[in-house]
Write a protein that binds this ligand. Structure first.
Ligand SMILES: Nc1nc2c(ncn2[C@@H]2O[C@H](COP(=O)(O)OP(=O)(O)OP(=O)(O)O)[C@@H](O)[C@H]2O)c(=O)[nH]1
Ligand SMILES: [Mg+2]
Length: 442
């Protein structure tokens, strides 16, 4: 089947100096011939200067770059139009392309074609999206590693090990008389599966850091009124985002801010101070605070060093005892001798570096730029977890002395899950959804 020709704006739909329109499809050069006034001989990667025309009307003066299959992003014939970046002109060019046989691309359709045409596996395709959306240095570095196939290699190594175990078992079952094949005993199967299990567990452990780098971590700042929660938020953000006053009950609603601490994205939430005798508006704020506590990955429980701790402080400690908590003792410069346990800071004077170190320590952030690929994508992580379960089931069966051919059912399931990570199984029924998350023109 011939792929139809698709067209989309690849740059942002904003007025700018230049806009790039992408066109892809086996027959796209027939279209190009109709809309470009220079007659060109298509012979690979070349750029041509000329006009986009609709019959006799000149729409824009452009540069056209041609890419001949299979040496193109999508793996099929394609070209890019560098036109002037006015939205009116861009729309007119796209409409002209449609008039001469193209259709508007769906989200991610260019990447989907690249994937279907074997230019990349699914991990690499998803990395394009991650790259476009990355908001920190580390996140974009990880996306580049994925795009370059490093993450795929890591998954492929697991797959190879699993395949070798499965094929050994199959040979034993199908050709018991075959002398050259390694005989799979309960012990040898167990040993190999245990090694594989460790391997996958390590990848999943690292993936936690990957997720942290990609999604950031939700940090709720809680405490009694007036202890300096909003001051701490401002100090972490290095800007006066939240209102700070000496009146208890200043913050009524949640104030959010994002900060990048040495590559670690923190989604900070400053909350309304919790106290018993709050007015009605404050009570609503406190309700919200309680909900935020539930959702947060990390709690900063702020105490005030200039006052004695009271019952309400202890109640708060109790409230968060099942969460990951850092107790922060603020306003330490007012009472240097205080014996309150916790990380001592002064939000007002921006003395918070020990807290930043503690945050990193608490969440086990240890990525150190050694070009190590990490899984960051929930779909990929979920499938790897599923394959770990399959392998663990296989191990249980081995323990129970189940015939080895039955064990291989679990291992085949593990293999299917790993193939799905890479998108190797059945390309066409892969969900539209994966690609629909992309930008237009990608
Ligand atoms: N001396 C000193 N004062 C501080 C420090 N941090 C905050 N403050 C003061 O404490 C008062 C309360 O600070 P906020 O940051 O508004 O406190 P909050 O916990 O957000 O209060 P609510 O929003 O009412 O719950 C203000 O007057 C701040 O200037 C600190 O480290 N040292
Ligand atoms: Mg406040």
């Amino acid at each position: 089947m011939i792929n139809d020709t698709i067209v989309a704006l690849a740059t942002a739909p904003l007025e700018s100096a230049i806009g790039v329109i992408r066109v892809s499809g086996e027959e796209c050069f027939i279209l190009l011939d109709k809309i470009f006034d220079k007659k060109i001989k298509i012979e690979g990667h070349k750029t041509y200067f000329g006009n986009i025309v609709n019959d006799d009307e000149i729409i824009d003066e452009v540069l056209i770059t041609t890419f001949v299959e299979p040496r193109s992003f999508t793996g099929e014939n394609s070209f890019e139009i560098n036109c002037h970046g006015g939205l009116f002109i861009i729309n007119k060019i796209i409409q002209t392309c449609i008039k001469y046989g193209a259709r508007l691309a769906q989200r991610g359709e260019f990447s989907k074609r690249a994937y279907l045409n074997g230019k990349m596996d699914l991990i690499q395709a998803e990395a394009i999206n991650d790259m476009i959306r990355s908001t920190s240095e580390e996140e974009s570095k990880l996306a580049v590693l994925s795009l370059k196939g490093k993450t795929s290699n890591m998954i492929n190594e697991v797959k190879e090990k699993l395949l070798s175990i499965i094929s050994n078992i199959e040979v034993n079952i199908d050709y018991p008389e075959y002398d050259d094949a390694e005989i799979v005993t309960k012990e040898s199967a167990k040993l190999k599966l245990l090694e594989l299990r460790t391997n996958i567990k390590d990848i999943l452990k690292d993936a936690k850091t990957g997720k942290l780098i990609k999604d950031g971590i939700k940090v709720a700042i809680i405490g009694k009124p007036n202890v300096g929660k909003s001051s701490l938020l401002n100090s972490l953000l290095k800007e006066d985002k939240a209102i700070v006053t000496d009146i208890a009950g200043t913050t009524r609603d949640i104030v959010e801010g994002q900060v990048n601490l040495d590559g670690l994205k923190l989604n900070l939430l400053d909350t309304a101070g919790i106290r018993k005798d709050a007015d009605n508006i404050e009570k609503i704020g406190i309700e919200k605070t309680l909900k935020i506590i539930e959702e947060a990955d990390l709690i900063l429980l702020v105490l005030d060093a200039s006052r004695e701790l009271d019952e309400e402080d202890y109640k708060l400690k109790e409230l968060v005892k099942n969460k990951k908590v850092i107790t922060v003792v603020n306003k330490t410069e007012l009472n240097k001798e205080n014996k309150i346990e916790g990380i001592k800071i002064s939000a007002k004077n921006n003395e918070i570096s020990n807290l930043i170190e503690e945050i990193k320590k608490q969440i086990g952030y240890s990525y150190n730029y050694e070009n190590k690929p990490l899984l960051t994508n929930s779909r990929q992580i979920g499938l790897l977890e599923a394959s770990l379960k399959n392998i663990e089931n296989g191990l249980k069966e081995v323990e129970k002395n189940t015939p080895i051919d039955l064990v291989s059912i679990d291992l085949m399931n593990a293999l299917n899950n790993i193939n799905d990570i890479l998108g190797n199984r059945s390309k066409t029924d892969l969900s539209e959804e994966i690609f629909s998350r992309f930008c237009l023109g990608k």
